[in-house]
Design a protein around this ligand. Structure first.
Ligand SMILES: [Zn+2]
Length: 177
């Protein structure tokens, strides 16, 4: 499978809030920065760590992300497309889980709405109440299944995928991922 890459950093085995801790902690730190780069909110060129491709100041000697000695690993002017792509995979996979979870929550609320209107006894069957349940319940259920559950599962799946791609990159840089 390759998803269970061996941990390459020491420290206590803490299981993160989403039940998964990346064996490459710097990838999580780089993720938002790479997403900014993917969205073209930052310049494509600059000075990047030759190992993890984190952006560096002109005078930095040790990478703040992966702690590599920049004199040793060198620097690059751009982030390779293959490397950018693995952050994109992470972003898209996670977004899909959040979206799917939210849609599931909304579907549940709609089911509840229909149920209340057709079978709801007394005031529960009042369309006004059912409508309130649809709006309020829809919001809560979409939040719960999307932003909460979907985000956690999505993070886990997406980070594993990204980390597996990174492991492959480390094995053979510049190969198609
Ligand atoms: Zn680095």
């Amino acid at each position: 499978m390759g998803a269970e890459a061996p941990a390459t950093h020491e420290g206590p085995a803490i299981v993160g809030t989403a039940g998964y801790v990346s064996p490459y902690p710097y990838l999580d730190v780089l993720q938002p920065k790479m997403e900014e780069r993917l969205a073209r909110r930052v310049p494509a060129t600059g000075r990047f760590c030759g190992f993890c491709f984190g952006r560096q100041r002109p005078d930095t000697a040790v990478c703040g992300f992966c702690k590599s000695d920049l004199a040793e690993v060198g620097t690059e002017n751009e982030i390779p497309q293959q490397v950018l792509r693995l952050y994109k995979v992470k972003q898209n996979t996670e977004a899909r889980w959040v979206h799917t979870g939210a849609m599931f929550g909304l579907t549940l609320a709609m089911g509840l709405f229909v149920y209340l209107v057709i079978w709801g006894p007394g005031f529960l069957g009042h369309p006004g109440f059912a409508f309130a349940a649809l709006i309020g319940g829809g919001y809560l259920l979409a939040q719960f299944f999307g932003a909460f559950l979907g985000a956690q599962v999505g993070y886990r799946k997406a980070a594993r995928k990204r980390d597996a791609l990174w492991a492959r990159w480390l094995e053979s840089p510049n190969a198609e991922l």
